[in-house]
Design a protein around this ligand. Structure first.
Ligand SMILES: [Zn+2]
Length: 283
């Protein structure tokens, strides 16, 4: 009978990757997390607003602690859905580890709401009248690491000619400025409808689901930035998913949507065999 020899190394790649980076040391945690980096799926899942965490030095930016659990700080429910889909699809997931209140990773650096002083009806005292230095600090703490991480994942996939379709997962609040939103889910797209069209068609088959198309937001609201920067700039297919957050407020709802969307993504995956890019780095 053969004995299986198991060796316990002291420096596995897993533990090595958990070493804090310089940014991690400043923050007290990693500003961005990449899971299942080498996943075989054609999809790369992104979660810009995964976390409501703020570095200790920023306190709550002058908000009540209870406001930090509201949608103004993050996209409640989005990360568990994205994580379950990533696992089921064998897809990489890139998630931001810092609240959008510090800086919104899904906005261009010249956007008026990059570091919002007011979000919906909430004033954010800690974001009023920021110095140029403070702005630069926040870009370096959160925005740059998030986009660098996506860049690296996409480049390494295209370098090995792996089909690459970027999908970002967000959630939205059921009532905004006093108005109810009827859609359980919205698919946001621009002129490139390769992902959105079949996904909307599949969602319309689900009884009881009202699908928003470019609702509750559209690229005109500048919410398509992360996908423009990493997918559209390279001609890779992409789409943005917005799930109404009351649908994914608990584990059962998160599981339901992750299973539903994961199943649809998996059925659509044969469409992407040609989406492996040119093999040349993006200009
Ligand atoms: Zn979002």
């Amino acid at each position: 009978m053969k004995t299986k020899i198991v060796s316990y190394g002291t420096a596995s790649p897993e533990t090595a990757s958990m070493e804090p980076t310089q940014q991690g040391e400043t923050l007290g945690r990693e500003p961005v997390r990449v899971t299942n980096r080498g996943g075989a799926s054609a999809y790369v899942l992104l979660c810009d607003h995964a976390s409501n965490w703020l570095p200790a030095a920023y306190g709550t930016l002058g908000l009540d602690v209870s406001d930090m659990s509201r949608h103004i700080a993050w996209d409640p429910g989005a990360l568990p859905v994205a994580a379950a889909m990533a696992e089921a699809l064998d897809a990489p997931l890139v998630e931001s580890g810092v609240s959008r209140l510090l800086i919104d990773c899904n906005r261009p650096l010249d956007a008026h709401d990059l570091i919002p002083a007011v979000s919906e009806i909430f004033e954010i005292p800690g974001n009023a009248e920021l110095s140029a230095y403070e702005r630069k600090q926040r870009i370096a703490l959160s925005w740059t690491p998030f986009h660098d991480a996506i860049e690296a994942v996409v480049e390494e996939r295209l370098a090995r000619r792996q089909p690459t379709v970027l999908v970002s997962i967000h959630s939205f609040t059921p009532i905004y400025r006093g108005k109810s939103r009827p859609w359980e889910i919205g698919i946001i797209h621009d002129d490139d409808r390769r992902v959105a069209d079949p996904l909307v068609a599949a969602l319309r088959e689900v009884p009881g689901v009202t699908v928003g198309v470019n609702e509750p937001y559209s690229p005109a609201d500048r919410v398509y930035f992360t996908l423009e920067r990493h997918a559209r700039s390279r001609g890779q297919p992409c789409a943005m998913i917005e799930i109404r957050n009351d649908e994914i407020a608990d584990a059962a709802g998160q599981r339901k949507w992750a299973d539903r969307l994961g199943g649809m993504f998996s059925r659509l995956e044969p469409l992407w065999s040609g989406a492996a890019g040119t093999g040349k780095p993006a200009a």
